[in-house]
Design a protein around this ligand. Structure first.
Ligand SMILES: Cc1cc2nc3c(=O)[nH]c(=O)nc-3n(C[C@H](O)[C@H](O)[C@H](O)COP(=O)(O)OP(=O)(O)OC[C@H]3O[C@@H](n4cnc5c(N)ncnc54)[C@H](O)[C@@H]3O)c2cc1C
Length: 653
């Protein structure tokens, strides 16, 4: 190559959610130089995705954004309602209501969020980070690579620019340049994973509240309604699937209850046997589909005639028709060029997993790229291929699972009258049986699991001295609320904190973090003397991949540990562990009352013993930066074995 190229470690094409999270994790967490090139000059200002799952929330939490997640970025209503009928009414008794639970991460799932706000906050984070650079208005026009570098040309303000990087990540979306122009000619194709497509429309509307001044004749003022009550009466706060087989729709408010105007999202499904584009015509969609939902019989309120939400309070912002499908690429990387997010897989929107899968791709990739780049000598093409294959395998398993989960949710927008009626009857019957009722009303979000196969980046869980877990599968580590008792952060005065914020404190540098699950009281003192010998040797055993000085000790959740005996527990720690962080699980009552839960629904499914329960018999849990469990060991011997082999496993051996 004779032309002059600027150089960096990782070049990311596309500043959507996937590219932005990747850049943030590379820069803030892994201290790895990276540049993001985005063709647009500004953030697309209307929401595309509108719900975030709990792993997405957790990854944003990991970037220090917790306080913004449930305020600026999103809002968590506590219910999803499935409403039947062939009419245009949301205000009917739902045939199913699902409470949104905290799941295994102690975070509420199903956040209604504003994608532009999330992207702006990630932009700000990247702009402040010394390792990351975001360049907008940069359209990539050429990619090539050799054994050592990927070479990219892009246009910015009419000028041609060049940059080379050790790795290139195409996070440039469904029809981005990286796959379409560079990798497809090399044999990468986006294949249909599940045979399903649908044309649907995403309608963004801004809804103002009418007031007695703006609409003096509105009939509900006379019976004491306030503008807020009027809004709630017509546009419910909960997330609604209107399972009307004639025209299934989804309604979701994207703003906090006080927001004015309220951003309102309306999704409209079309049928294969109709002209879908005509249904979604912006000139007619309000009259044909949306206004009917804003008309209620006066008898609902005890007044005469029909009551209609004033149309001049609604501003139609966008109507975007999308053809949804469920597809993944046959290969996610070739050489040093990688696809992530929508560039590698596309999702229907019914479970809010499209963004989530992109964010998890990014998080699983960031630490691996950093690990490859931090090797003392340049990794061979075989090592690169092994490490990227481990990532692709894990992510593909999850994406395929997430796609089938998403399509299961498509039953709520079933367009056959017979199937729709059958589904509602089935739900009715399930709700009569208490054991099934709980399962369907409060689906307890299971963690993401990765099946074990040779070459993945974890030790088969269950074979390293621990009692259970079938087939060696790993999982995203559960998260709980904790109180710091000793070591770093012990001065926080009993404040409840989230485990990730302690385990993955930004100052830490280990590739894996060690969580030590302390046994209950009778075994505690003997166990502590064992770890006092082991912890100082961890760094040398693992070739500095795990640092004993960064280990976190978590007390067993039991009434005993909630008593006043903490000072004596702390005094058990020998001198060489006095600086080691010692935590106790926060109880449900403590967690619910903590500042972390302000403005969030009650965390009914929170379980302080979740980590101990998920890994019964485990004493040592090693966790990767993407929160996936690397190993769970029942004793010191098993841990030592894992630590000695850690480099090989992370290197894809
Ligand atoms: C209507 C709709 C509703 C959805 N609802 C949900 C939902 O509720 N929940 C959910 O999780 N997901 C949802 N999704 C899916 C979600 O929006 C996507 O999965 C997500 O945006 C993908 O993020 P990404 O970063 O991978 O790609 P994108 O967001 O597509 O970002 C790609 C970026 O690459 C840039 N780019 C492209 N080509 C170039 C080039 N040559 N040079 C430089 N830059 C380039 C683009 O400008 C863009 O900014 C929805 C999608 C749609 C369309």
């Amino acid at each position: 190559m004779t032309a002059q190229y600027e150089s960096t470690d990782v070049l990311i094409i596309g500043a959507g959610p996937t590219g932005l999270l990747l850049s943030s994790e590379l820069g803030l967490r892994c201290k790895t130089r990276n540049i993001v090139l985005e063709k647009d000059t500004s953030i697309y200002k209307y929401p595309r995705a509108f719900t975030l799952g709990q792993h997405s929330v957790r990854l944003l939490q990991g970037l220090g954004l917790y306080s913004k997640i449930y305020s600026e970025i999103g809002y968590c209503s506590s219910l999803i309602s499935m409403v039947g009928g062939t009419d245009s009414r949301f205000q009917k008794t739902p045939f199913l209501e699902r409470e949104l639970q905290t799941g295994h991460s102690a975070l509420h799932a199903n956040l209604h969020f504003k994608q532009p706000v999330m992207e702006r906050i990630l932009h700000d984070l990247i702009h402040k980070d010394e390792y990351s650079e975001l360049r907008t208005g940069c359209n990539v026009t050429s990619i090539s690579e050799d054994d050592d570098w990927v070479y990219v040309e892009y246009e910015h303000a009419g000028l041609k620019k060049r940059v080379k990087s050790r790795f290139l990540v195409g996070a440039d979306g469904k029809i981005g340049y990286t796959r379409k122009k560079y990798l497809e000619p090399k044999g990468v194709i986006m294949e249909s994973t599940l045979p399903w497509t649908m044309l649907a429309g995403s309608v963004n509307i801004l809804v103002k509240r009418p007031t007695p001044e703006s609409h003096p004749d509105f009939p509900l003022w006379a019976i004491g309604y306030t503008p807020d009550r009027v809004l709630d009466a017509f546009i419910p706060n909960s997330f609604i699937f209107k399972c009307n087989p004639n025209r299934p729709v989804v309604s979701c408010r994207l703003g906090r209850p006080s927001e004015d105007p309220m951003p309102w999202r309306f999704e409209i499904a079309t049928r294969d046997n109709e002209d879908g584009m005509a249904v979604l015509d912006p000139n007619t969609v309000m009259h044909s589909t949306i206004y009917p939902y804003l008309r209620r019989p006066g008898s609902d309120f005890g007044v005469h005639g029909m009551v209609e939400y004033p149309h001049d309070c609604l501003e139609l912002v966008t109507v975007n028709p999308y053809r949804y499908s469920a597809r993944t690429c046959n290969r996610w990387f070739i050489g040093r060029s990688i696809l992530a997010g929508d560039a590698a897989h596309v999702f229907p929107p019914f479970a809010g997993l499209g963004v989530e899968c992109g964010l998890m791709d990014a998080s699983g990739l960031a630490w691996r790229l950093a690990h490859l780049l931090n090797q003392p000598s340049s990794p061979s093409p075989q090592t690169i291929a092994a490490v990227l294959s481990s990532w692709e395998r894990e992510r593909r398993t999850h994406v395929v699972h997430a796609l089938s989960l998403t399509l299961r949710n498509a039953i709520w927008i079933e367009q056959s009258h017979v199937k729709s009626t059958l589904t509602q009857w089935l739900v009715y019957i399930q709700r009569l049986v208490p054991a099934w009722k709980a399962g369907i009303e409060n689906p307890n979000e299971r963690p993401v699991e990765y099946a074990y196969e040779p070459g993945v980046s974890f030790v088969p869980i269950g074979l390293s001295g621990m009692k259970t877990r079938s087939q060696g599968a790993s999982m995203v580590c559960p998260q709980i609320g904790c109180v710091v008792l000793g070591g770093g952060g012990a001065d926080a005065g009993g404040e409840v904190r989230l485990l990730d914020d302690i385990l993955f404190d930004r100052a830490k540098t280990g590739v894996l973090q060690l969580l030590v699950l302390l046994p209950s009281a009778p075994l505690l003192s003997q166990f502590i003397s064992q770890i006092a010998d082991l912890i100082p040797r961890i760094a040398s055993l693992s070739d500095n991949t795990v640092l004993g000085s960064e280990a976190v000790l978590l007390l067993f959740p039991s009434p005993h540990t909630h008593s006043t005996t903490y000072p004596s527990l702390i005094s058990l720690l020998p001198t060489n562990l006095k600086d080691t962080t010692l935590l106790r699980p926060a109880s449900l009552a403590e967690y619910a009352a903590s500042a972390l839960l302000a403005d969030r629904p009650y965390p009914a499914m929170y379980n302080e013993g979740r980590i101990h329960e998920e890994f019964p018999g485990a004493r040592y849990v090693l966790v990767r930066l993407d929160r996936v469990v690397f190993a769970a060991c029942g004793d010191e011997g098993a841990l030592e074995g894992v630590l000695r082999g850690v480099g090989g496993v992370l290197g894809g051996a």
